[in-house]
Design a protein around this ligand. Structure first.
Ligand code: DX5
Ligand code: ZN
Length: 222
């Protein structure tokens, strides 16, 4: 059976002067998760938000919070994000020497662990950690900024990751992040992805986030 398709709007592209309203709108429009991009200016060039914002978002939505950590030494901050209300915590395999330990730390904090691969990192890098995680996030752009173009060369890797997941016999989600819109959604799904992060194509849509999310869902189910 194919896994359920889930949509995770990324608030990186939201209007932060009305963040609560913007989240309420995508929740009403059928979003499955709220994706929160944490950047530290070291692992990636940009600086965005931390546990303080996660805690604020936790208070305005019932949806699971999918927190993407683009930070060095993620082990130092797991408890703070768990306390802030993260539902998923995604850590980059490139950001820590001791991935297994961090994943255990996340699980022990009562949060669902996920591991992330940059576009150049081979699928096999997550093979040994798969038994311990609930999700794999494959970047389809270089992390750091919203609004970048989807890198089509990442598609074969999605299929490789899905095959590795299949071999475990566990129901592990495969999430994609970067440049996801009505055009790229069917491609990533055809290659095995089932959780789609979308920032610009939802919150930046001229027709509004409700119409954009509905259109993305239709494209994903087509
Ligand atoms: C990029 C972030 C993404 C970003 C995606 O580093 O991880 O979650 O918000 O933005 P779009 O959908 O605009 O490519
Ligand atoms: Zn992200």
């Amino acid at each position: 059976m194919s896994p359920t398709i889930r949509l995770a709007p990324s608030i990186l592209a939201a209007d932060f002067t009305r963040l609560g309203e913007q989240i309420a709108e995508v929740e009403a429009a059928g979003a499955d998760y709220i994706h929160i991009d944490v950047m530290d200016g070291r692992f990636v060039p940009n600086i965005t938000m931390g546990p303080f914002i996660v805690e604020a978002v936790r208070r305005v939505t019932a949806l699971p919070l999918d927190v993407h950590l683009m930070i060095v030494e993620p082990e130092k901050h797991i408890q703070a994000f768990a306390d802030a209300g993260a539902s998923f915590l995604s850590v980059h395999v490139e950001a820590t020497q001791h991935l297994h330990r961090v994943v255990q730390q996340i699980r022990q904090a009562g949060v669902r662990p996920s591991v992330v691969l940059n576009p150049h990192t081979p699928a096999v890098a997550i093979k040994e950690i798969l038994p311990f995680v609930d999700m794999v996030l494959a970047m389809t752009v270089n992390p750091g900024f919203g609004g970048q173009s989807f890198i089509p060369e990442t598609l074969p890797k999605l299929r490789e990751i899905r095959d590795l997941i299949q071999a475990t016999g566990r129901a592990i989600d495969l999430e994609v992040d970067g440049g996801i819109d009505e055009r790229t959604a069917p491609l990533v799904i055809a290659h095995g992805a089932n959780v789609l992060v979308a920032g610009t194509s939802v919150f930046g849509a001229p027709e509004g986030s409700t119409a954009a999310l509905h259109a993305l869902r239709a494209a994903a189910l087509a």
